[in-house]
Design a binder for this molecule. Sequence first.
Ligand SMILES: [Zn+2]
Length: 389
Amino acid sequence: MSTTETNGTMTGRERYLNALQGKPVDRICVGSPTSLATYEEMRRLGIEWPDAHYEAAPIALLAERSYTEHGYDSIMPYFSIILGAAALDADIEWGEDPWEFDKGTGKIISGPRMPAVSPPNPWTTPDEIVIPNDFLERRETKAVIDSIKMLRERHPDAAVIGKVMGPWTLSYHMFGPQEFLINVILDPDYVHACLDRLMPASIEFANAQIEAGADAICLADHSTGDLVRAETYRDFLMPVHQKITPEINSPVILHCCGKTLDRMQYIKDAGFEAFHFATENDPHEAKAVVGDFKLVGNVSNFVTLLSGRPEDVAFEVEDIVSAGIDIIAPECAVPPQVTNANLMAVPAAARGEFQGDPSVTDPRNMAHEYRVDVAKQSAAASSGPALSL
Ligand SMILES: [Zn+2]
């Protein structure tokens, strides 16, 4: 029996779906639409990347730990961002780095990296876009679909979340981010054509995961404030998202990293059930912008989960809960170095059950401190308008 099933009157699956759809929940929902895979669990299970990117059995074993061991309501079995691109024939650098341990403590320092698309860019013009007939049978897509089948069977009471990249992120992978983004200014028709022609890949892969048993889909599409303006989201991607969301046969959660406060209103209008947002955005401000639209997030990965103590994680989670965020989760795929102690502090604190070390009397909201620092720095640096796409 999982830690999730021993408390509460709803299953994790019921709780997650209710939270997404604004229906009552017995207690706050905790569950990530992005990866919670860690080195600690890989070592414990004797599995590792890259196998656990393209082989269904190790993917399922690694993914289910969030539900069976760490106290989350959900399982999400897609740990990178490049599987769609791999199935579209992009060359992948799989990141097969060796394990490295601290000689004194034996602690894991590093291990296999997240994979990335290798140069050169697979395509240069939208005319080259071809979604292969066997797109869902490719090693990488099939592994995710098959892992969802296994997870559905093993965990009927867990929320199983599928994931696909949206056409904006697929365009970064297939055309190169710079080459793609410069055409927002130079050749808008190029950008529209890329999005229109890649859209079916996202929809097909999403619906195959739902058919395999996924309860909801995370659509990751990174039109982040660090790279593009809110108006660019509104004019280029929002209309595409409005076409995609009704074609996917389950609730859809948009994931986008970085600053997004200025486009959350547009995201709300794009047909998603919820938005999974990042630490750069204050959770109280985010909720004020979107009102009753559902938000998932936004525990800091690099600031708190990676470098903080469990007490700091818990302190930040309490602030996110107090902001009224609907589903509590790390902001994005967690860095694999994150410890179980920190990962488990998220659900424990969200439910008011966190028991920290009594000697820690100074827990910090490190995400809040980070946002204050960034705001100060950007105020000091802003001397004129920069090129903005
Ligand atoms: Zn992200």
